[in-house]
Design a protein. Structure first.
Length: 227
């Protein structure tokens, strides 16, 4: 594990922890979970790029993520779940199509927008009354959400308007302050982002076509539309 010391008013120690993102060691998973429990920002690899994660129910931590990304506090944030069993923590009044979409495409690169539950902070929903959720294909974020006992944020590790980071070194360069720990799982694969499917409205809508094409979703959603 490497430690780097930073200068300036936001100075803090950024810890680097190397691990296998598909089979992380239990002791390293515990260290990463402790960062989330402390209300600090954790950077970790996902199926595509590196992301920034905090406890989804920690309002101040969510605000810090938007601060370092250069986004307004209260901007909507995607949440990563350990599995479909965590959906009840963050959503309510799920449409009938949710179960089939989750069963068919999770874990995987499909983000679903659903009605937010009453306990989800406004800083996560952006005041829209909806929340984006996904069960990622990579094991590491699922295991962290399970260890924490709550969903974690899954926003991309980049400054607003800039490309997302693909390596731990890039994360450290882009965020010289503000990230408490970077989990170095090697270079991420890059490629297409997750497909974003809105199930919260009167009909299902594709908000962003990504790794899962519309053609793969249409057999399950006859009234699917593209925004």
């Amino acid at each position: 594990m490497k430690t780097r010391f930073l200068d300036g008013p936001l100075a803090m120690t950024t810890r680097f922890l190397m691990l296998n993102p598909e089979e992380p060691r239990e002791d390293r998973l515990r260290q990463a979970t402790a960062v989330l429990e402390a209300g600090e920002i954790l950077s970790l690899p996902t199926e595509t790029f590196y992301g920034l994660s905090v406890d989804a129910f920690d309002v101040e931590a969510c605000g810090k993520v938007n601060d370092i990304k250069g986004k307004p506090r209260g901007s909507p944030m995607l949440l990563l779940l350990s599995g479909a069993e965590q959906i009840g923590m963050v959503a309510c009044n799920l449409p009938a199509s949710f179960a089939s979409m989750a069963e068919m495409f999770w874990p995987g690169p499909l983000s679903l927008v659903v009605p937010a539950g009453p306990d989800v902070p406004a800083g996560v929903t952006g005041g829209l009354g909806t929340v984006g959720v996904r069960v990622p294909g990579l094991a590491l974020p699922r295991m962290l959400a399970a260890a924490l006992g709550r969903p974690i944020t899954g926003v991309s590790a980049n400054r607003m308007g800039r490309p997302p980071c693909r390596t731990a070194a890039e994360v450290a360069q882009v965020f010289p302050a503000g990230v408490a720990m970077i989990l170095d799982g090697g270079p991420s694969t890059g490629g297409a982002p997750s497909t974003v499917l809105d199930l919260a409205g009167p009909y299902p809508r594709i908000l962003r076509e990504g790794a899962i094409p519309i053609s793969a979703l249409r057999p399950f959603l006859s009234d699917l539309r593209k925004n």
